[in-house]
Design a protein around this ligand. Structure first.
Ligand SMILES: *Cc1c(COP(=O)(O)O)cnc(C)c1O
Length: 385
């Protein structure tokens, strides 16, 4: 294996999802919903397959209907004026968009500043691009962005700020002031920003999602990434997209065309339809996930865990120390056999292992009965010693 891939190992999700299957556990590890997305979207995909018009390679940049729907979505929700023909690129999920953006924009040796705990693929993709990752740690209990640390981390080698808001796994939603400071820093130090906004429609308690591209000076230097997976509960479809200036889209497309070239032919028209669903869909999605957040947070708190209620995403973080554990990895390896529940330790998402050690992430994008059953299994299992 090439040296730049050393230490990347197997993703924790593979290990924990396999454990979930072998122990018959409820999987609150990996963040995938256990109910289907909007019926009209599912029907549109079936119709697209039946019509025979979408079963061969779609255009490299994605079908026009989807690119127009993405541009329309950016204008409808954020007032962003995006040209569907030159400023949108359809990708194999947000995952490919992140990989292609980093491969396209990072030179070997360039520094990429990213918020840790990182989303699973960031460290690997920065490494594959030959970049050097520079972490900014979001620390418990509030997981806010330390703007002084961010400013201090920028050097003459810094090329990219890799931002994720709403943030997985902490659930932090960056505020207008925090984003304005990030934008100012990016402009002042002439940095590119790659921003992963896949949870853009999943924010709670009135925390608004504000795309970085809407801040002054940012439209020209921001690669915005999102995906249908989380918004429409189809994480297996892997339809994502990039919005950026024509030059940046062309760069990302250059890398993307040699990764997958294209993907998801019949899913593209279906996602185009879904993006145009009325506000009731988006509001209903948020209300449903908010209720699930509250259900799981209350259940985990009733077990004695320290619960950090998230302002966004599919996930809640807990500190396991009140239960007498000090290590989240140990806790998560014990959990399936003892309780029949799978969760994910934060530690694997940090360079600063100490910051993540006692933290565990739980997914609440599951049916209410599943969440309640998980809490009862935990209550019974943890009481047994
Ligand atoms: C799920 C997720 C992704 C991956 O999205 P896909 O469209 O499934 O590739 C990217 N970033 C974050 C933060 C995620 O949680």
């Amino acid at each position: 294996m090439a040296a730049r891939l050393h230490g990347l190992g197997t993703t924790i999700f593979a290990e924990m999802s396999a454990l979930a299957v072998s122990t018959g556990s409820i999987n609150l590890g990996q963040g995938f919903p256990d109910t289907d997305g909007p019926a009209s979207m599912l029907e549109a995909a079936i119709a697209a397959i039946r019509s025979g018009e979408h079963n061969q390679y779609p255009p490299g940049i994605g079908i026009g209907a989807l690119r127009h729907a993405v541009a329309n979505h950016q204008s409808r929700f954020y007032g962003l004026d995006v040209d569907a023909d030159s400023e949108v690129l359809v990708t194999a999920g947000a995952t490919e968009a992140i990989a292609a953006a980093l491969l396209a924009l990072v030179e070997p040796g360039d520094e990429v500043i990213a918020l840790e705990p990182y989303y699973d693929s960031y460290a690997a993709c920065i490494a594959m691009a030959g970049g050097r990752r520079v972490p900014i740690t979001l620390c418990a209990p509030d997981f806010r962005l330390d703007l002084d640390a961010l400013r201090a981390a920028v050097t003459s080698r810094t090329k990219v700020l890799l931002i994720n808001t709403p943030h997985n796994p902490t659930g932090t939603v960056l505020t207008r002031d925090e984003l304005a400071a990030v934008a100012e820093l990016a402009c002042e130090r002439d940095l590119l920003v790659i921003t992963d906004e896949v949870y853009e429609h999943l924010t709670y308690d009135g925390a608004p999602h504000l795309p970085l591209a809407t801040f002054p000076g940012m439209r020209e230097r921001t690669v915005t990434i999102s995906s249908a997976g989380k918004t429409f509960a189809v994480t297996g479809w892997k339809i994502g997209w990039v919005c950026a200036t024509p030059d940046l889209v062309a760069a990302v497309r250059t890398a993307k065309q040699f990764l997958t070239y294209v993907s998801g032919g019949p899913f593209q028209p279906a996602v185009a339809e879904a993006l145009r669903l009325g506000d009731d869909y988006y509001l209903g999605l948020r209300a449903s996930l908010l209720a699930k957040r509250d259900l799981l947070c209350a259940g985990l708190a009733s077990l004695g865990l320290d619960v950090f209620a998230p302002q966004g995403t599919y996930f809640v973080t807990t500190d396991v120390r009140p239960l007498g554990y000090s290590d989240g990895v140990e806790f998560c390896r014990m959990l399936p056999a003892r309780c029949g529940v799978v969760a994910i330790p934060h530690e694997v998402f940090y360079d600063d292992k100490t910051a993540g050690r006692p933290l565990v992430r739980w997914a609440f994008c599951k049916q209410d009965e599943v969440l309640s059953e998980a809490v009862e299994r935990l209550r019974a299992g943890l009481a047994r010693s």
